[in-house]
Design a binder for this molecule. Sequence first.
Ligand SMILES: [Zn+2]
Length: 434
Amino acid sequence: MDIAEKMDKIVSLCKRRGFIFQSSEIYGGMNGCWDYGPVGSELKRNIKELWWRDIVRLHDNVVGMDASIIMHPRIWEASGHVANFQDMMVDCKKCKKRYRADHLDSDQCPECKGELTEPRPFNLMFKTQVGAMADAASVAYLRPETAQAIFAQYLTVLNCSRQKIPFGIAQIGKSFRNEITPRNFIFRSREFEQMELEFFVEPGTDETWNDYWIERRIKWYHYMGIKPERLKIRPHEKTELAHYAKSCVDIEYEFPFGWQELEGIANRSDFDLSQHQEYSGKKMAYKDINDNKEFVPWVIETSAGVDRILLTLLADAYEEESVDDDIRTVLRFAPHVAPIKVAVLPLFKKPQLQEIAKKLEEDLRGYVSTSYDEAGSIGKRYRRQDEVGTPFCVTVDYETLEDNAVTVRHRDSMQQERISLDRAVDYLVEQVNP
Ligand SMILES: [Zn+2]
């Protein structure tokens, strides 16, 4: 299976099975925007919950927040986004197509070989108008990252949560970037969801905390079931560092289209807080009441994209294998990551079997996400569940009426075992929660 073929297969499976659709498809689609379907939204929710659990719940020095998307426009002046958040673009003089200059290999239009304009900057922030008056004072932006709201509120959050430095603030939310050329499915889109942690430390302790968070984040990707050999850490060269960063590493994943950034972990120094102190005129220093020290904290940031992680999970889990002269497509998600954990399938559409199957599915619902399917042959139903990555299928058959037991079929090995109906719920809940 070559690279383009694998991506095409993933995209078509995503549509067929309800992971991801093109936004506004009945109107011809909206470039760079995507809708998540029934199983896609379950998978997305799992990613966010497992991130939140690891970053916020398991750290007594990290708290959460949920900020507004539209903020005071001065925030983006202070952060440098108004002046610097731009890509260089070129236009084809002949067919008028627009490209990101650094995505081109030659000085000709890739479509029509026409001549290109000189590169010029294009700001990636979406502009909007707030209120009824459309004048310069009403201009606002959709946030291009969630981080800045955390910086602007860090003292308020620190005080109300009775935290001391070192401590962190985590946030999950939508961000918007007017990408010149959105591409690679949901890898680079115009509207996307971020999971960011800003961790505030005393200057001088920043490198220790930087190392801590790099290690912690890599472990999380392993915990999510992603193959370790397809992950690597790539430190940024001095020349590619953003203006605010003292150091930065990318966690990269080997996608079907090559090694690409999955998450950035940056030592942002005191750049952001100092900028906001200057632009707002409000003091951003932290005062340690115990030893009377006062300083503007340094910040370690971990910044990941939910959509990008979802694409990673799909690409990593996707496999095809030959089974009895047939090709079986299977998504080998870790059970705790899978959108549907257990499918309950009565072998035949017979009331005695349906009744037991429905009762079992109801009993499971409070603990795990479930699916009930009685349409088609059992083989076809197993394949449907394999394609959405359901780790366990439970079949109710005529024997169940005799021995009060059901068949549990394991997705990866396709092995089957007989489990007593009384133990089934406990057994399955245990299997999906490592
Ligand atoms: Zn052209």
